[in-house]
Write a protein that binds this ligand. Structure first.
Ligand SMILES: [Mg+2]
Length: 182
């Protein structure tokens, strides 16, 4: 039977962070954003001068520009192409409103990303599979506790407290899945 693999979207496949930076800088050219190399957790309000308002900024005000114009993270297209040949791949992503869900589907189509299913949920731990690739420590912890799939951390500055398995790039994740294929 094929392996089942869950893959997060933002900051794993889609370069949400850079796109948010770019659009924010256009709107607020004089604002100083904390460089992403210094981000140590997932609370974006701490890195942008408008604080918590940044959530409304990217989820509503500038959602189309940010989510639709984001670039692929290098290596993402190839990984998904190869992964789909050896596993059943579900993109599992938390998108807080219908507009961003729709924009996300359009983005995946525009980029020609291969996958079998897509699941929009905040409760990622209910996904049942073999592996789950995500960059968010909170989700990884919930996934680990629930035990429905094995959480794999996409290495980034904001998830350095994660003690479990981590990968540094798409090829490493692909190799990990390949190593479990009969
Ligand atoms: Mg993510």
């Amino acid at each position: 039977m094929k392996l089942r693999v869950g893959v997060d979207l933002d900051c794993v496949l889609r370069d949400f962070k850079k796109s948010l930076f770019n659009v924010y800088k256009q709107k607020y050219p004089t604002h100083q954003i904390v460089p992403s190399e210094q981000w140590t957790n997932y609370w974006l309000g701490g890195y942008f001068p408008i604080g918590e308002e940044v959530y409304k900024f990217f989820r509503e005000d500038a959602a189309e520009e940010i989510f639709l114009n984001a670039n692929l993270i290098q290596g993402a297209y190839h990984m998904m192409l190869q992964l789909n040949k050896i596993a059943h791949v579900t993109i599992v992503s938390f998108q807080p409103n219908e507009k961003i869900k729709e924009l996300s589907i359009r983005w995946l189509e525009n980029k020609g990303i291969q996958f079998h299913d897509i699941l929009f949920t905040i409760d990622k731990e209910y996904y049942v599979g073999d592996f789950f690739l995500d960059d968010c420590e909170e989700h990884l912890n919930f996934i680990e506790t629930a035990g429905n799939s094995t959480p794999i951390c996409w290495n980034d500055t904001w998830n350095q407290n994660w003690k479990g398995i981590r990968v540094n790039n798409h090829q490493e994740f692909l190799n990990l899945v390949k190593s479990k294929c009969g």
